[in-house]
Design a protein around this ligand. Structure first.
Ligand code: DMJ
Length: 453
């Protein structure tokens, strides 16, 4: 019902545009997608399919067939377009088998390739998909590319090679690994900024939240998606977790485990909502943890889930802030006005979903249900779902955006949290960072295809 409300209102007021403004009941355009259109449609395809919303899936597919056009003069974010559009199309293809999605995914992948035309092959953040000219965000440390952006292409690009028969996509992302492995890492940590021309790190800031997050996620998932054959990805992931534990993970005096940010050796005792995905990541990676550390990684996942739940529970609306702090006498509470917003983000629910599947501890479903109730009470409006400007206030001030990731991630993870484990089982599916499921490429998949031919 929540998905239906979000989808019907998008359809009614913003059909074909990127996102919905649920208060003013019109389309919302973010510059992340340039003038590529239909972000909500592409992001929602697999959720509609999984929830068996067949009519809606059909109309979404028809829109993609007739209207999704990449021959536009658009400067786009390579990362955002990859995780939402390429990822969304790939999942829609794997779930439904409809050729149009495969074709569009490969077509878009080809449009993204000029982003890699840099001296090191580390891609630009921004790309004009008509001219093929790339550049970086003007604010990013001395012209650097961002770790969480260039490090979050791997899963989709491996699948693009698999589905197109063209090795170029996989080669581009394997080269990123090569560049990273040649570099010295401060204390074994990966800084958020890397200059694509010099191949040197920018500022030594490290984060498991914004600017760093999904790079770590993709190391683990690359290994899992390769049917555990990608030993390099595996080693990079577990080595990184070791360094994160030593240098970034701390326990508050009240007993809450959190992941701090690292600024040139100094800790900032702040954790972002984005960082909360790491609970699920630690849980998912527990099984392969070296040195008998499986139980320890599950425990770490559970502790991060508890801390993130506290960040929700300590607000008036029971929805978590964008960032919360562990200093100045507070724990798991936002202290700055500009960190008190909630924009329908999925990470905490994502962690509940992973931890539920891995432990079946009923508290994860209880916490997920608390989030549903809070979303219904504070974010649901006549025209869809909206983010909130201050979750500590007793009265909602809505931000008037229904983010496309609310349909692709937040609602999908909630649905999976309350479904049986055999719906998209982890042995066969890996979720990209926008919650788009991609199949594990089993060792004998190549032969199977050969045999079928
Ligand atoms: C999503 O687009 C993805 O989850 C990304 O990895 C981080 N930010 C948003 C959701 O918060």
């Amino acid at each position: 019902q929540m998905m239906k409300h979000a989808w019907d209102n998008y359809k009614r007021y913003a059909w074909g545009l990127n996102e919905l403004k649920p208060i003013s009941k019109q389309g919302h355009s973010s510059n992340l997608f340039g003038n590529i259109q239909g972000a909500t449609i592409v992001d929602a395809l697999d959720t509609l399919y999984i929830m068996e919303m067949k009519e809606e899936f059909k109309e979404a597919k028809e829109w993609v067939e007739k209207n999704l056009d990449f021959n536009v003069n658009a400067e786009i974010s390579v990362f955002e377009v990859n995780i939402r559009f390429v990822g969304g199309l790939l999942s829609a293809y794997y779930l439904s088998g409809e050729e149009v999605f495969r074709k569009k995914a490969v077509e878009l992948g080809e449009k993204l390739l000029p982003a890699f035309n840099t001296p090191t092959g580390i891609p630009w953040a921004l790309l004009n998909i008509k001219s093929g000219i790339g550049r970086n965000w003007p604010w990013a440390s001395g012209g650097s590319s961002i770790l969480a952006e260039f490090g979050t292409l791997h899963l989709e690009f491996v699948h693009l090679s698999h589905l197109s028969g063209n090795p170029v996509f996989a080669e581009k992302v394997m080269n990123i690994r090569k560049v990273l492995n040649r570099l010295d890492k401060p204390e074994g940590l990966y800084p958020n900024y890397l200059n694509p021309s010099s191949g040197q790190w920018g500022q030594h800031h490290v984060s498991i939240g914004g600017l760093g997050d999904s790079f770590y996620e993709y190391l683990l998932k690359a290994w899992l998606m390769s049917d555990k054959t990608d030993e390099e990805g595996k080693k990079m992931y577990y080595d990184a977790v070791q360094a994160i534990e030593t240098h970034l993970i701390r326990k508050s005096s009240g007993g809450l485990t959190y992941i701090a940010e690292w600024k040139g050796g100094l800790l900032e005792h702040k954790m972002g909502h984005l960082t909360c995905f790491a609970g699920g990541m630690f849980g998912l990676g527990a099984d392969g943890a070296p040195n008998d550390k499986t139980g320890h990684h599950i425990e770490l996942g559970a502790e991060i889930a508890r801390t993130c739940h506290e960040s929700y529970d300590r607000t008036s609306m029971k929805l978590g802030p964008e960032a919360f702090r562990f200093d100045g006498g507070v724990e798991a509470i936002a202290t700055r006005q500009n960190e008190k917003y909630y924009i329908l983000r999925p990470e905490v629910i994502e962690t509940y979903m992973y931890m539920w599947r891995l432990t079946h501890d009923p508290k994860y479903r209880e916490w997920g249900w608390e989030a549903v109730e809070a979303l219904e009470k504070h974010c649901r409006v006549d025209g869809g779902y909206s983010g909130i400007r201050d979750v500590y206030n007793n009265h909602e001030s809505h931000d008037d955006v229904q983010q496309s990731f609310f349909l692709s991630e937040t609602l999908k993870y909630l649905y999976l949290l309350f479904s049986e484990d055999d719906l998209l089982p982890f042995e066969h599916w890996v979720f990209n960072t926008e919650a788009h499921p991609l199949p594990v490429l089993h060792k004998d998949d190549g032969n199977k295809e050969e045999n079928q031919k």
